[in-house]
Design a binder for this molecule. Sequence first.
Ligand code: ATP
Ligand code: MN
Length: 462
Amino acid sequence: MWISIKQARQPGSIGQQAQVRGWVRTRRDSKGGFSFIEVNDGSCLGNLQIIADGSLANYQSEITALSVGSSVVITGEIKASAGQGQSTEMVASEVRITGIASATDYPLQKKQHTFEKLREWAHLRPRTNTFGAVARVRNRLSFATHQFFQNDGFLYVHTPIITASDCEGAGQMFRVTTLPIDKLPMVNGKVDMSQDFFGKASYLTVSGQLEGETYATALGKIYTFGPTFRAENSHTSRHLSEFWMIEPEMAFFEIADNMTLAERYLKYMIHDVLTHCAEDMEFFEKRIQPGVTAALQLVLDTPFTRLSYTEAVEILTKCDEKFEYPVSWGIDLQAEHERYITEKHVQGPVVLYNYPKEIKSFYMRLNDDDRTVAAMDVLVPGVGEIIGGSQREERLDVLTERMLASGLKAEDYWWYLDLRRFGTVPHAGFGLGLERMVQYTTGMTNIRDVIPFPRAPGSCDF
Ligand code: ATP
Ligand code: MN
């Protein structure tokens, strides 16, 4: 019976005849005329140790030449093991080689490679301990996301990836076109967009929020979970050009409900990963970021601190820290400011809310003070902003006015305004970047190492 190595490593498998299939991590030949082969199949971090005896038919011809990275199908009996870090091992009755990886060419030899080097081998890096563990945690966070929202009565909605509403920032959007770039059709000195595929300009989505609102104001509680594209030229360890975002949107929700939901969702995911990815988390703790599990556990046990923007500015102007960008009321907080608040001042997750209206989007609900909007960001140590959200402006007149002030044309958003014209309700939502969540839970420092094939300015390989 073919079983996973995860299963084979369980003490309950002892005594079973079984087959495992995977890739060789190491081979060691003993003087006693047998070999130890460590095999991994990605089902878990740990390898299964195979004992291949010299009496096997292909022992001399194949097994003693078995190289790292080769694929194998091994049949045998699972026995108790006295070896360190394993409770079982397999005594092979057959070792079948599916594909050899040449010992001279295979890049992932035993020596440690830097994460930078491994990015050049993005097609092979999931075969390493680190990237296997990242993939399993990422999978679990995605699964937990669906579980959390489904258990809470949210509907999963698919918003478009190609969009014609260049909503939040045209400068940050990737254009989608089939026009020949070396021979653009022109009218009156301008590109004739009517000849493009959709008959007008179109882009890759930067957020599914506006479309999400249309479903929230019909179905109550919805979430989207899909790829998001931003053409911003940020070369940081927290920005990608293509990333995955989860965006819940809730009718009859106000900003405080939104904060409570964000906190519950983050805690649910953390609890889930600590429970179901214990072995991988132990690896991140030992090899990537000592202290990461204790920090996550602390998050579970502590209510998130809530601070208004105004309070945060006060803290930042009164503290002794030297910032590159000076702080005063009205500025957009920089990463250094956010990190000071969450890492030094609070030392845990913090929800910042009520930002100046000038630095936030037109759709965020204007507060009674007429200066701030009901925006909320969740900041966490090590990563900074992990969630951005707000209560949305549900009053038609206020929204129209805010759009005009932001230089937007009301007729371009007629359908968005209709939601306020017909049965408007207070509603709210937020966006969580999946990769930032993977970074936070694993302690991986660069966002390019928590997505299978990173896309960033100047870099789109594979
Ligand atoms: P930042 O200030 O960090 O650039 P933002 O304010 O532009 O982020 P939002 O528009 O609020 O981001 O998007 C919601 C969430 O999506 C963010 O809180 C973050 O987790 C994630 N996110 C935003 N931009 C990126 C990006 N370029 N790469 C990866 N994740 C991102
Ligand atoms: Mn934001």
